[in-house]
Design a protein around this ligand. Structure first.
Ligand code: C2E
Ligand code: CA
Ligand code: CA
Ligand code: CA
Length: 277
């Protein structure tokens, strides 16, 4: 038993070391990734359920690592967040996404809005509002064309302060969405105090809406509650016609998911059904 315990420990230590080593390696190369042009954005449409038109695209970052290939944000965003690299990375994403929106519009594609994700650390940075105002000015993007997605955790850490910052962003004309709704802690009581325009139902609830009565009821209730508070509802991770039909029946406003389109590079995105402004 002692032997087993010992080798367990060794195994644990080795995996820990491997994980820690990988982390360190990724962290140091992530710092250079921006300057070396290894980051890219894919875009996924948000679609109005009533008329099937694209009302926005969400920018999702990817890292094309010279040795490791394409790395998913699920792997490097947490590292970027812990190490602080998320600040320059987030600035890069915002600027790149704004330039893309501007370019689409100049090509006659009347995309209404570009949406970017904002991590907790980005949200807490000093001068967040000034940084955003600066990038919008620099790229010639009207604040009404920009949307931001934050998670419940971003807000719940310090609700009073968060509400203040959200109000400032909203006053600029930026659209605010609460991402991954349902996965965090009960922010239900706060919901009516947050100046948010949209709520995105997490894909973990959407996955089983056509098979699990609990999830079905949950999603239906979220939609009713949000509408009562004049908040629009977006369903994430819609993969089938049956899921879409259910959401339509419940009066969900918008959806996003592989059923319509995967996140794609700008030049591969089918923009024929972009809604007119
Ligand atoms: P998220 O913001 O919740 O984005 C949705 C994720 O679900 C994306 O994963 C997207 O590709 C995936 N997805 C979309 N439709 C479907 C579907 O129908 N089925 C399934 N199974 N998945 C679907 P992705 O691109 O790997 O991003 C993962 C997460 O990384 C994002 O979750 C977001 O939290 C974070 N992230 C991505 N880009 C950025 C960024 O620029 N900044 C920050 N702070 N976070 C980012
Ligand atoms: Ca998101
Ligand atoms: Ca989400
Ligand atoms: Ca998510």
């Amino acid at each position: 038993a002692k032997e087993a315990g010992r080798s367990n420990y060794q195994f644990f230590a080795q995996t820990m070391n491997a994980a820690a080593a990988e982390r360190l390696l990724l962290e140091s190369s992530l710092r250079q990734a921006i300057d070396r042009n290894q980051l890219l954005l894919h875009y996924q449409p948000l679609v109005n359920i009533a008329d099937g038109r694209i009302v926005a695209t969400e920018a999702l970052v990817r890292w094309n690592h010279p040795e490791l290939g394409l790395i998913s944000p699920a792997r490097f965003i947490p590292i970027a967040e812990d190490s602080g690299v998320i600040i320059p990375l987030g600035d890069w994403v915002l600027r790149r996404a704004c330039y893309q929106l501007k370019q689409w519009r100049e090509q006659g594609i009347p995309l209404q809005r570009m949406v970017v994700n904002l991590s907790p650390r980005q949200f807490r940075q000093k001068h967040l509002v000034q940084t955003f105002t600066q990038v919008l000015k620099e790229t010639g993007v009207d604040p009404h064309w920009l949307g931001l997605e934050v998670t419940e955790s971003v807000i719940m850490e310090n609700p009073e302060e968060a509400i203040g910052i959200l109000c400032e962003l909203k006053a600029l004309g930026i659209e605010l969405s609460l991402d991954d709704f349902g996965t965090g802690y009960s922010s239900l009581s706060y919901l009516k105090r947050f100046p948010i325009d949209k709520l995105k139902i997490d894909q973990s609830f959407v996955r089983d809406i056509t098979t699990d009565p609990d999830d079905e009821g949950m999603v239906a209730a979220i939609i009713v509650m949000a509408h009562q508070l004049s908040i629009r509802v977006v369903a994430e991770g819609v993969e089938t016609e049956a899921q879409l039909a259910f959401l339509r029946g419940q009066g969900c406003d918008e959806y996003q998911g592989y059923y319509f389109s995967r996140p794609l590079p700008a030049d591969e995105l089918d923009t024929t059904s972009v809604a007119a402004c």
